[in-house]
Design a protein around this ligand. Sequence first.
Ligand code: ADP
Length: 396
Amino acid sequence: MKAIVSLNAGSSSIKFALYALTGNGPLALAASGKIEKIGIAPRLVARTSDGTVLLERDWPDGAAMTHADLLGALFAWSAAYPLEGREVIAVGHRVVHGGTAFAAPMRVDAALLDALEALCPLAPLHQPHNLAAIRAIAALDPALPQVACFDTGFHQGRPELATRLALPRALHDQGVRRYGFHGLSYEYVARRLAELDPALAAGRVIVAHLGNGASLCAMTGGRSVDTTMGFTALDGLMMGTRCGSIDPGVVLHLQTQLGMSAAAVEAMLYHDSGLLGVSGISSDMRTLAASRDPRAEEAIALFVWRAVREIGALAAVLGGLDGIVFTAGIGENDAEVRRRICAGIAWLGVTLDEGGNVAHAPRISRPDSRIAVHIIPTDEERMIALHTRAALEASA
Ligand code: ADP
C-alpha cells in the first residue's frame, strides 16, 4: 500500500504524519507525531492513529538542538519503523512563503528550491526550517517526489487593497506587500466548516488560528478576504514570542536612539516579544495560565485585548459577521482564553455557551447567539497530504 508523509517544520515544533492512500478515497492516518518545545527541551512523540505511542523521546538538556538535528533523529526512527508494507511515494511540506509567484502546491525541483530560498528574508523564522527539511529528505532519497504547499497560497486572490501597505508604490511592485500566512490551516478549517455547517461557511466568518503563531482570517464563502498577518508573520496578533502589529516608529527608535542593530531588533521582535516578552516568564500559554505572577496575567490580558481589537477590525472589513471559528493550540484547548475573547466581542452578537466552551464542544455559542462560534481542530498535515496527492496526480 502506498503512503504519503506530511512534514510541517515550524518555529518551535516539527509535526509529521503518515497517511495511507486508499485510491481516491479519504486519506487514512497511519501514524503521526510531533517534536515540540524546540529550543527549550525537545520532546518527540509518535503515535498510531488510535493513539498508541510508538515512540517517545525527551532531550531535557537539548535546548541547543537544531531542527536539522531533530529531523535526523526522526529519520533514524522512521527508517526503523515497521511501515507494514507501506511504500512512501511522496513527502509534502508546509512552506511558509510562496511570494507572489507560487500559490498552488508544486512538485519540488532545484529551480523551485532556489526560488523559495530567495524568499527566506521574508520569513526568516520559518522558511529556512521548511527548506532544510526538503533538502534533508532530498539528500536521503533524491528520487522521492516532494511537494511544497504554501502558507501564503490561500490568501492569493484577496482584494488588491488588502495586499497593499501604505508605502511608496514601487515597493509594492518589488514584493513589499501584505501576503498573509497560516493558509493551510485556514483552507482546512474552511473545508471542514463547509462540511459541518454549509450555510455558515457560505457567510462571513472569522477564523482565529491561535497557536504559538497566531493570526485571524476574514472569509466570505470560504475565501480569504483579509488576514492579520502581512508582509511577514510578525504582523497582527500578539503571539508566543512575536510582537504582532506595533508602531513602526518603535523599530526606528530601537535602532536610532537605543543603538540596537537590525539583527538585534529582528531577534527581539521574533523571539523575545509576545507572551514571553510581556510576561518575562514563558511563551507558552499553559505555563502562563498556571502562574500566579501578575505579569503572566497581564500578558494573557494583552493577548485577549489584541484578538478582540483585530476581530472588530475584520468584522468591519466583512461588513458584519456570521461566525467565528477557533483553532490551533490555544484556540482548540484554552477555554478561558476563548471565554475572554468572546466576552470582548459580546457586543457583536456573541453569546457563549459556557458549558459547551469548557467541554470544548464543536459549537460553543448558545442556540440564540446571533453569531455562531465553533471550535474546529486544524489539521495542516492532512491538508498538505491532500495537496501532495493531488500534485502527484496532476504530474502523473
Ligand atoms: P504552533 O504554532 O507551534 O503549531 P500550537 O498550535 O501547537 O503552536 O500552539 C501552541 C500553544 O497552544 C502554546 O501556547 C500552548 O501553551 C497552547 N496550548 C496547547 N495545549 C493547550 C491547553 N490544553 N491549554 C491551553 N493552552 C494550550
